[in-house]
Unconditional design. Structure first.
Length: 444
């Protein structure tokens, strides 16, 4: 049985993650055969700031994943993020060209091409043109119009764009390792494939992918994406605040941030560990000693001695939460303001789904629920099989989502280039496809 190899490369501000998966023709879940996460270098707030350092970091991540998989890869699907990401919703209208007034693949392609004729500055390139719905002779809510009868076809699309320079620099770093590029995908759009359910998308949901240096945003309404953006705040800012507030180094602050939830859970007092055996009370009926648990001396202190932070054996839980909550509230307020300025509401009926590395922060769902006034949950990626032990957390949502995004790509050569792949520097991949499979794969 033939298997297709898909390689996902998530270029983040704190880590560069590579996942290699094998996809069989029988419809089974993609099987992870290699993965590796490498500390990021040359990337700040989602943007390449040093070509050589970023190129080398990508090389380390890909090479380690290749060794684990026992194969050499030639092309990758990659993520991109940063405050330069913007989005707009655009409509395209065409008259149905066939003589029997039956909508064809060519009609859908012409409608989508018409939608992309919006005014975009020359310094920007289109990343995605995502059909939200088709409208046939004023009948809306159509997902697949091919074969339907009608004289007028309209498409409502969501267009995500990025600055040309940011794309070119990312492409340079990837191609500098001899890799071709199958596609470059906005981080939050990739994450949505692995953490959101169809019900949530239909009801309306906000996805926040909070990484090391950025927070990527996607809002879904009635099953379709309606808003995408990014703010330049993330986990690095939380680490910096902890370092200042607790007077520790940035490295120790990062260790504390990553491990605090586990340490706090392990530090919960256990009945058997806190028995007062010296002066037991006496049961009046049985005359036997009654052993009572001793109250913990200070429930606010969490033992962090295992982290080996100089001069810090314990840390105040209330102080930790005060620092983290203050920064997250600022982040959530910035996200809310940006969404509101674009004319959208972040408080969607299905609530907020938080994913990315910062989703592991202690009590983040409670803070998000308080900030937005709607339910919040942590988005854990699903849908893959195989070697998942090291890539099960929310910090791997985008990388796992890339695999699922790639699964619906039609890689058979065709006469028509895929739209949205024209950004400068993307010479790799040779990805062409049939129009029907293309817009079906992009439908939420």
């Amino acid at each position: 049985m033939s298997k297709r190899i898909i390689t996902a490369l998530d270029v983040g501000s704190s880590k560069i993650c590579t996942i290699i998966a094998a996809v069989s023709d029988n419809g089974d879940k993609p099987q992870v055969i290699g993965e590796y996460s490498h500390k990021t270098a040359g990337v700040k707030k989602g943007v390449i700031v040093n070509i050589d350092e970023a190129t080398n970091a990508i090389a380390e991540s890909v090479a380690a994943a290749e060794r684990m998989a026992g194969i050499t890869v030639s092309s990758v699907y990659a993520t991109i993020t940063g405050k330069h990401i913007t989005s707009i919703n655009s409509k395209g209208v065409v008259a149905v060209g066939s003589t029997n007034e039956e909508i064809s693949e060519d009609d859908t392609y012409r409608a989508i091409e018409n939608a992309r004729t919006i005014s975009i500055p020359p310094s920007r390139d289109i990343l995605h043109i995502i059909p939200r719905e088709f409208i046939v002779d004023s009948q809306s809510g159509i997902k697949d119009p091919i074969g339907m009868s009608g004289t007028r076809l309209e498409v409502d699309t969501h267009i995500i764009s990025a600055t040309t320079t940011s794309l070119q620099n990312l492409v340079k770093c990837i191609q500098g390792n001899g890799l071709e590029i199958d596609d470059i995908v906005f981080t939050s759009w990739a994450s949505s494939h692995s953490v959101l359910t169809e019900t949530e998308k239909e009801l309306g949901v906000t996805l926040l992918d909070i990484g090391g240096g950025t927070t990527s945003i996607c809002i879904f309404q009635e099953g379709a994406i309606s808003y995408s953006a990014c703010v330049p705040l993330g986990g690095v800012n939380v680490t910096s605040d902890l370092a200042i507030g607790l007077q520790i180094s940035l490295e120790d602050a990062e260790k504390l941030k990553v491990n605090f939830q586990k340490l706090e859970q392990n530090d919960t007092p256990n009945f058997n560990d806190n028995l007062d055996l010296d002066t037991p009370a006496i049961n009046r009926r049985t005359k036997e000693p009654v052993i009572k648990p001793v109250e913990k001396k200070d429930k606010d202190l969490v033992n962090i001695s295992s982290l080996e932070i100089p001069d810090h054996k314990t840390v105040s839980k209330s102080m930790y939460l005060k620092i983290v909550e203050a920064r997250l509230e600022e982040l959530f307020e910035m996200v809310s303001n940006q969404v509101s300025q674009a004319g959208f509401d972040i408080a969607m009926p299905a609530g907020v789904v938080v994913t990315g590395g910062c989703a592991n922060l202690y009590d983040i769902t409670k803070i998000a629920q308080k900030a937005f006034g709607v339910p919040a949950r942590v988005g854990i990626p699903t849908g893959l099989s195989g070697m998942l032990e090291e890539i099960t957390g929310p910090e791997f949502a985008a990388c796992q989502g890339l695999i699922k995004h790639a699964m619906v790509e039609d890689v058979d050569p065709g006469p028509t280039p895929r739209p949205g792949k024209e950004f400068s520097g993307n010479k790799g991949g040779g990805v062409f496809g049939k129009i029907r499979d293309w817009f079906k794969s992009l439908m939420p």
